[in-house]
Structures are given as C-alpha cells and as structure tokens.
Design a protein around this ligand. Structure first.
Ligand code: AMP
Ligand code: MN
Ligand code: MN
Ligand code: MN
Length: 281
C-alpha cells in the first residue's frame, strides 16, 4: 500500500498535560493535513468523545487512544493504547485508580518540594493548572514558572522534577501487564511509546520489547520528535527482527513547544505500520 493516510498517533490535550482542549487540538490536526489521528492523553480517556466528534466533523478518521504510565521491572515506561472500546467496564476502575494515584503523587511532590523551601501551597498551584485533568509534573513546572522559581519548563525539570531531583516521586504505577491487559481486553492494541526516551541502553530496550510482546503488545514507536537517525534505524531494525508493528506520532503537547508540531515526526520507511492493522480492523 503506498497511499497511506497522513497520520499522527500520539498527542496530548488539556485533559492531561497538553494545553489545547480536545476539539481545538483536532481542529489544528485537520489544519495540519492529518487524515487519521489518535488522542493519547496520559492516563485518561476523558477527552476522547469530544475529540472524536471534532475530528470526524472535519473528515478525519479518529482512533481512541491513551498513553498509560506503567511499571516495567521497577522502571517507568509509557504504553500507547489504541483503538480500544472505551465502554469496557475495566476502563472506569483503572482510570479512577490512576486519577487517585496521580493525585496522591502530586501531594507528595508538593510535600517534598516544600521541604526544599518552595511554598507550602504548591499542590494547589499545580492543581490550578491541571483543573480536573490528570495532574502531572508539567503542572508543577508551570506553577514554578508562575512563582518565578525557574525561568523555563526545562529548568523546572532539571532542578525540581526530573530524574534524581526532589520532585521525582516514585508512584506504584500499574504493571505493564495490567496496562496491556486493559487495552487488549477492550479490543485495542498496545505500542511502546518513544523507546529511546527512558535512558535505557539498546540492550535494555530489546529486553523491554521481549517482555511487552510476550504480554500482548504489538509494537513500538520508531518515529517521534527528537529521535536521532541512528536510533531510528536501530528501532526499525528491532521491529523487523521481532516482526512487530511500528508506529509514529508527534507527542504534541502545546503550540508553545517549538520543537513539536501536529503531524510532524522524522520521515521513515518501515514494514508493518500499525495503521495498516487499524485500518483493516
Ligand atoms: P508525569 O507523567 O507526571 O511523570 O510527567 C511526565 C511528562 O512531563 C511528560 O509526558 C512530558 O510531557 C513532561 N516532561 C518530561 N520531561 C520534561 C522536560 N525535561 N521538560 C518539559 N517537560 C517534560
Ligand atoms: Mn506529557
Ligand atoms: Mn510519554
Ligand atoms: Mn506523550
């Protein structure tokens, strides 16, 4: 097939840590020429119905999506679930658990940062940014920016929120098998998000893929902003060896992030694009 739709299978709305409302995001995806899109908010499916209506009214094919935070052997990984049935009973409980988990983690992040001399009301400030959405570290980064404690999101992560800093609070995320089971039992497919963004060696990425595929995942992203040509080559090679599907997406969060835009990721050629499977379904 050489007439693939223009697609983007990884993006965030204000329902998690993105800045655009789902409908606005879909409008922009259509403006960017997308024909097939998935909304993949962190740990929530709350934006899907609004996004679907907006996407379909603009003639795009819409795929239900979610980016699940999951534990793999004590490490945090992100799994993109696609094309599942949102009415599956298990979703409700799973999402509620994640909402609670993220809220408790946020309170702990605030406590830790308060100990480091930051204002006591940091949870409330971050919550103001999150609203009723899934709260995450980017909401804390925005609060720190407002307070003038940092001068960029990057600095907020470097000093307060990123790996090895006080705000890097470990949570007991669901295991990768639970995440995969959830999506697969709802008729969906699971793809490893941005494999080179976990600071894993390629040996570790290969081990991770072995476990994920064994547990029922179908593939991995091979193109996303920031992936180097060398890494992309390795990822495509890995997918070929495992005969698994490949996916791609912009991981778009906000128009303010100059390095990402909707529908944009490094060009690539690979067999078994996940959209072939999604379109056949
Ligand atoms: P959380 O899911 O709460 O752990 O937050 C992770 C999110 O923070 C990611 O999905 C990114 O959107 C964002 N993020 C991670 N590292 C950085 C960084 N260095 N600068 C800006 N945003 C980041
Ligand atoms: Mn994010
Ligand atoms: Mn991610
Ligand atoms: Mn993402």
């Amino acid at each position: 097939m050489n007439t693939q739709p223009r697609f983007d299978l990884h993006m965030h709305s204000s329902v998690s840590d993105g800045t655009l409302a789902p409908a606005e995001l879909m409008q922009r995806a259509a403006d960017a020429g997308m024909e097939l899109v998935a909304l993949t908010d962190h740990d929530t499916i709350a934006g899907l119905s609004e996004a679907r209506a907006a996407a379909e009214s603009r003639g795009m094919r819409f795929i239900n999506g979610v980016e699940l935070t999951a534990d793999w052997r004590g490490r945090v990984v992100h799994l993109v679930g696609l094309n599942f049935d949102t009415s599956a009973a298990a979703f409700e409980t799973y999402m509620q658990n994640l909402m609670q988990l993220r809220d408790e983690r946020a309170r702990e992040i605030a406590r830790k940062l308060h100990k480091k001399g930051l204002p006591e009301n940091l949870y409330d400030l971050a919550r103001d940014h999150a609203g009723e959405s899934q709260i995450g570290r980017p909401h804390f980064a925005k609060a720190l920016l407002d307070l003038g404690k940092v001068s960029s999101m990057q600095e907020a992560f470097d000093r307060y929120l990123g790996q090895g800093t006080p705000g890097d609070v470990k949570a007991t995320w669901p295991s990768y098998t639970q995440a995969i089971d959830l999506v697969v039992s709802a008729g969906g497919v699971v793809i490893l998000a941005h494999p080179t963004k976990y600071n894993f060696t390629f040996t570790k990425i290969r081990e991770l893929m072995t476990d994920l595929l064994e547990a029922g995942a179908l593939g991995l992203e091979v193109s996303f902003p920031g992936v180097t040509p060398g890494h992309q080559h390795e990822l495509i090679k890995l997918a070929k060896q495992r005969e698994c599907y490949v996916s791609a997406g912009s991981d778009f969060h906000s128009p303010d992030q100059r390095w990402t835009s909707l529908g944009r990721y490094p060009e690539f050629t690979a067999e078994r694009l996940i959209i072939e499977r999604l379109c056949a379904a």
